[in-house]
Design a protein around this ligand. Structure first.
Ligand code: DC
Length: 228
């Protein structure tokens, strides 16, 4: 059976970076579950599916033609054969993803597709409900968080580096309202699994978070092959 490590938490806590680094180190597969919700948002726009039509959205979620291709250190994401990696990361796509992610039928339609990523030797699954709903049997569950101020700061620096002019105050507001929405929704709200190890990355560097996570992996005896 494939070994599963789940990494859940709010946006901006560093889950993506840590999950990708960990998957590479352990030579495990990687599931970016947020990308599936983002892809569905894009597919819905392309096929003119109404964001309020839960039935059509869940049919699309079950059938959309998507693929992930490793390209060096990057992961190329394909929708109907077209590379949408850049479009996937925009704020607009994030907003569409957040809308479709609140629909229970959509979440149910994506459940099996996510579980199919569990392949030998193992999987690092990154998202909001990996440890609670999608892989409840995972032997190691991490809940990675950071203060809203710190997450807004990180996003601020990222956007500045891209040459975008944004207000830190507005970003903090956005982070808080997204947290509120993710944590209070009825379908798979963002909460730590009862058996998750909670890790606050506010004061930690990426390397410090990685070291802590790797220690947990070794403690649980989950590393079969490690890439040094
Ligand atoms: O992690 P992200 O920003 O790519 O996620 C995009 C949206 O999808 C975000 O609003 C949270 C939602 N999401 C979710 O509800 N469940 C997941 N397992 C992953 C993401």
């Amino acid at each position: 059976m494939a070994t599963i490590i789940t990494i859940d938490g709010p946006s901006g806590a560093g889950k993506g970076t840590i999950s990708r680094m960990l998957a590479k180190k352990l030579r495990f597969h990687y599931l970016d579950s947020g990308a599936l919700y983002r892809l569905l948002g894009l597919a819905a726009v392309r096929h003119s599916v109404d964001m309020a039509n839960q039935q059509d959205l869940s049919t699309l979620a079950g059938h959309m033609d998507i693929d992930f291709e490793a390209s060096g250190d990057e992961l190329k994401v394909l929708l109907e054969g077209e590379d949408v990696s850049l479009e996937l990361r925009t704020e607009n796509t994030g907003a569409l993803a957040s809308q479709v992610a609140s629909l229970p039928n959509v979440r149910a339609a994506l459940l099996r597709r996510q579980q199919l990523f569990a392949k030998e030797p193992g999987l690092v699954a990154d998202g909001r409900d990996m440890g609670t709903v999608v892989f409840p049997e995972a032997p190691l569950k991490i809940y990675l968080t950071a203060s809203a101020e710190e997450r807004a700061q990180r996003r601020y620096k990222e956007l500045l580096a891209k040459g975008e002019n944004v207000s830190l105050r507005a970003l903090e507001e956005q982070v808080r309202s997204r947290d509120e929405r993710d944590m209070s929704r009825d379908a798979s709200p963002l909460i730590p699994a009862a058996d998750a190890v909670q890790l606050d990355s506010s004061e930690l560097s990426i390397q410090e978070v990685m070291d802590t996570v790797l220690n947990l992996v070794y403690l649980k005896g989950l590393a079969t092959s490690v890439d040094h």
